[in-house]
Write a protein that binds this ligand. Sequence first.
Ligand SMILES: Nc1ncnc2c1ncn2[C@@H]1O[C@H](COP(=O)(O)OP(=O)(O)O)[C@@H](O)[C@H]1O
Ligand SMILES: [Mg+2]
Length: 196
Amino acid sequence: MSATSAATAADRDIVIDLRDVETRFGTHVVHQKLCLQVRRAEVFAIIGGSGSGKSTLLREMILLHRPDAGSIKVLGVELNDLSPEAALDLRLRWGVLFQHGGLFGSLTVLENIGLPLREHTRLGNKLIDEIAAWKLHMTGLKPEVGAQYPAQLSGGMMKRASLARALALDPELLFLDEPTAGLDPESAAGVDELVL
Ligand SMILES: Nc1ncnc2c1ncn2[C@@H]1O[C@H](COP(=O)(O)OP(=O)(O)O)[C@@H](O)[C@H]1O
Ligand SMILES: [Mg+2]
């Protein structure tokens, strides 16, 4: 393989590419000249104190916040100036576990997990429930948890249920915001294992 084609293959492996990202809220500078690359099959962790800009960076990578400067490419797509159609295409290729779970309180766990499938596929209700039950099982939750509401779950169960929903559309990329924060050591180890 020539040096050029090797470089191209390596470039194709980059699933997240941030260049010189800057974020400010008023005069408060959160990110400055921030560059990072994440490769396919990599588990990439960002560690930093509370308020250091981790969630904001994640929100920028999933099209919920626009940086003040710099470039963000996810799955080879530059996020600046995306059409609404292209943005939706991209959103369907990743799953997100939000810091506070983000489950809908008025839906059962199974309904929460099935929601992305209901919104974005033409699958029938029976099949959606079967897939949702499988995702629930994958995350180590018992089948009966599917009928419960988010308010009835422990912290660890809530993270697992959120992870199951993030996995609903078989995403190419998973974003996890503090997947184990606030969990007891045993639950945290369980979630880590699950992610791996
Ligand atoms: N919408 C916003 N408006 C103003 N300031 C914000 C907003 N979102 C985040 N910040 C500020 O940006 C900084 C980084 O926050 P955040 O990304 O949530 O940190 P972390 O996730 O690392 O704890 C904090 O100082 C926070 O107060
Ligand atoms: Mg945060």
